[in-house]
Write a protein that binds this ligand. Structure first.
Ligand code: SF4
Ligand code: SF4
Length: 618
């Protein structure tokens, strides 16, 4: 490095202080907003092992970023790793400014480290150029409008690397000009970080580490005064941290079924809306959250498919925000929707979401000759609203019953079974959900149920996870898991089998991590083919989050968008594993094709192997 004169060192210190002040002024404000937000009552530091593993994978190794968008992901990873490596170079650079540089250009460690950093400097310069090219020339629409700040930051990072690499050129090691150019670039860069979305550089490690412990978690309300997210006072520190961390990459929007079909909802704008609210009103405000920065219409367009949360590379968890906002609107009477009111009344009066009298379920049970669970059978067969009342859902239940009988596995159904409360829970009606959960738990306890099997991933999720607030439910499994376990006991297929495209239901895939089991069933009876988006990136059918009951959608129907992908595979059968997907695709497939593929649940596919006759029809 060059020998700086005393005035030069003095100037450097003044500029450094100004830069740090600019940095701290904004960072302190953000940090205070996060600290002043209500403590998240549901937060637990445990499990530390899982948190550490996520931190290593998602932050240190940049695994999530790379696996989701490999090329830009690797470029981003190089920039991140470069920043880590350059931390020591930068500290040394500043120390040199006051004559205390500790990395020497002779000896062993100094030259090694300067050379090591040079490799990263080249990689970072190439990567940041590539990322800038993508943002400003390719311009993926999910990134949103062009932003000047991203361009300035990219240029500064490029200059940082360039001015570093230039000092390694023989004869330029002591260039005063290069030293100052490198210094000034850092000093301009530093205060820009907390003022821009690059704040994620500082916050995302904490956000990833402290994020909620389960996917799409709906935290319990903390007492009678907690109505969900109604005003700024209800925003917790975890939500504030996540809102300020959003890097505006648009991954959540890219995969959102609502945003992809012309709805108002854009999950990125949910995170940014909370941030905008906090910036304008702060965490102690009584101002309603739904209004200027966040739209009620958008919040109630969410299918709770979880794609956004699954994709986010910096630990933003959209669903606790979205469901929290719904809770705030429903529990304070601010959500007025005829369909919603009807649904809640159906749940309250009839105990099912479809509004039928319970007698209809009794008649179905009688017709199918289902035994009533009396504590002696192995499984309690959970019918759910769809299996108990919907004609197509009943066919799936009948098929599963035929398989159970064919395998000599005993089962019984509950004499009285009410909706699990899934649509009430996802729409933010905690009162209705709680009543349904409690009464069902009581019934299961009284009936001494030990194991439950269900055809509905929504029932499985709600019983296994959401009911936890009200007591422990018996273990429940989805019929795809059951069928996969009994695969070798199912009859072999005859012939080549049809070409079958399998649609991953959101609540079975992303929510339960069950991807292979239904595919194993399909493979046993046909030739499996995959749609354009599958497994973790499967595209929603549009029914979740209570939306199946909220009437016509705005824009294109989500089910139609998905049906087009399924039809495009050329399969003769669409295999579903959720009665809600089944009901959504029933019309959608016919709407997108004059000769639509047949729509079957995997239980129907497997049941067909047991007997020559068709499955029981209502
Ligand atoms: S859960 Fe699904 S529908 Fe809701 S905002 Fe996220 S991606 Fe969109
Ligand atoms: S919420 Fe996450 S995925 Fe969505 S834009 Fe922000 S950082 Fe990207």
């Amino acid at each position: 490095m060059p020998q700086l004169s005393r005035p030069e060192s003095g100037l450097f210190l003044i500029l450094l202080a100004a830069s740090l002040f600019g940095f701290w002024r904004r960072f302190d404000k953000v940090w205070r907003v996060i600290r002043q937000s209500k403590k998240d009552p549901d937060f637990r530091l445990q499990p530390l092992g899982r948190r550490t593993a996520d931190f290593i994978w998602e932050v240190m190794l940049q695994g999530k970023v790379i696996s989701q968008r490999p090329l830009p992901g690797v470029a981003h990873a190089w920039v991140f790793w470069g920043f880590c490596v350059f931390a020591l170079i930068t500290i040394n650079h500043f120390a040199e400014g006051v004559g205390f540089g500790f990395l020497k250009r002779d000896g062993i460690f100094g030259p090694f480290y300067f050379g090591f950093a040079a490799i990263f400097a080249i990689a970072v310069a190439v990567s940041i150029s590539g990322l800038a090219f993508r943002r400003y020339v390719i311009r993926p629409k999910w990134l949103g409008p062009l932003s000047k700040e991203s361009g300035i930051i990219a240029l500064l990072i490029f200059l940082l690397m360039g001015t570093y690499l230039a000092t390694l050129v023989h004869g330029w090691e002591h260039s005063r000009l290069l030293w100052w150019a490198h210094t000034l670039t850092i000093l301009v860069f530093l205060p820009l970080v907390p003022h821009t979305k690059h704040l994620h550089l500082l916050l995302s490690p904490a956000t990833v580490f402290f994020k909620r412990d389960t996917f799409s978690k709906i935290p319990p309300l903390a007492g009678d005064e907690d109505f969900g997210l109604d005003t700024g006072k209800d925003i917790t520190d975890l939500i504030s941290l996540q809102a300020f961390t959003c890097v505006e990459c648009g991954r959540c929007t890219e995969h959102c079924p609502a945003a992809n079909t012309g709805k108002v909802l854009n999950p990125k704008e949910i995170a940014l809306g909370v941030r905008g609210y906090l910036n304008e009103f702060g965490p102690a405000s009584d101002q309603p959250l739904l209004g200027v920065h966040l739209s009620q219409e958008a919040v109630f367009q969410c299918t709770t498919c979880g794609s956004c949360e699954y994709q986010c590379p910096v630990g933003v968890q959209h669903l606790p925000m979205i469901i929290g906002l719904r809770r705030g609107a429903v529990n304070t009477g601010k959500w007025e929707d005829d369909y919603g009111t009807k649904l809640f009344l159906n749940l309250e009066r009839n105990g099912n979401s479809l509004g039928f009298s319970a007698n209809e379920r009794d008649k179905f049970i009688e017709k199918q000759e289902f035994p009533i669970f009396d504590g002696t059978q192995e499984y309690c067969l959970w019918l759910g609203c769809m299996g108990g009342y919907d004609p197509q859902g009943r066919e799936i239940i009948a098929s599963l019953a035929r398989i159970l009988r064919g395998l000599n596995i005993t089962f019984g159904v509950l004499r009285k079974e009410r909706c699990t409360g899934d649509p009430a829970r996802r729409l933010g009606n905690d009162l209705a959900f709680g009543e349904l959960a409690e009464s069902n738990l009581e019934t299961l306890r009284a009936s001494q149920v030990k194991k439950i099997i269900s055809i509905c991933p929504h029932c499985v999720r709600t019983i296994s996870t959401d009911w936890g607030e009200y007591g422990a439910a018996p273990p429940i499994e989805h019929h795809s898991e059951f069928l996969a376990r009994h695969l070798d006991r199912l009859p072999e297929r005859t012939g080549a089998g049809e070409k079958i495209v399998y649609h991953d239901p959101c609540y079975l895939g992303r929510y339960r991590n069950v991807y292979d089991e239904p595919r194993e069933v399909v493979r046993k009876f046909g030739s499996l083919t995959e749609p354009a988006r599958s497994r973790e990136r499967s595209f929603c059918c549009g029914a979740g989050g209570g939306l199946a009951f909220l009437g016509e959608e705005k824009g294109k129907r989500v089910s139609a968008e998905r049906a087009e992908e399924l039809v495009a595979t050329g399969a003769s059968v669409v295999a579903a594993a959720c009665p809600f997907c089944n009901t959504m695709f029933r019309d959608a497939l016919a709407g997108v094709s004059a000769t639509p593929p047949r729509l079957l649940d995997i239980a129907q596919i497997a049941a067909a192997s047991f007997a020559p006759e068709k499955t029981v029809r209502e």
